[in-house]
Ligand binder design. Sequence first.
Ligand code: HEC
Length: 173
Amino acid sequence: MNKPQTHRAITLAALLASLTLSGAVLAAEPVGPDLTEKLRGLLVKEMIEIEAAMQQTYSAIFQGRHDEVAKLGQAIHDSFILEQSLTAQDRQELKAEVPKEFLQMDQRFHRLSASLAEAGERQDTQAQVETFNRMTESCVACHSRYVTDRFEGLEAQSIPGSWGHDGGAVSEP
Ligand code: HEC
């Protein structure tokens, strides 16, 4: 083997090693089983409410019911678990239990719901559709990373970093 080839082989080996490493870093790590029964129960309740609100939002958007979009966006924003509906102590506990990246994904989702409310107030259908899509990406990004114990179908999916994070950067946990 001549020198350039050896060099290339080493570079390839290093690349493969780093890919394997990042694969391990990005491996699924379900958060639910680590939570207390109370916290998990609250989280699930909140998720079911969000799902219902998202379905209503979908209907409101394609029928041009702007006020309803604004109201639902605001409701999702206000009710989301890590912001409200938990005592200060619950929140502390939850924040201590989940990875930092989970909280970042939550915050992004939270910001998007505020944008949805604003797009409703502006009667801006295009922005409503775009924000709704970003929110759906947000659900999938978080679930594919942290709920693979229950949503196995999302486990092997390759999800763009931008789906869960502002600006598309994927931060290390
Ligand atoms: C920051 C992370 C995160 C985001 C964002 C997120 N979820 Fe979840 N979701 C979870 C976790 C964690 C669970 C699993 C809870 C458990 O079972 O332990 C879950 C579970 C669920 C469930 C199952 C509830 C049940 O019946 O047990 C639904 C439905 C759901 N999410 C809907 C949504 C929708 C819709 C969105 C987006 C609009 C969304 N989620 C965004 C973290 C997230």
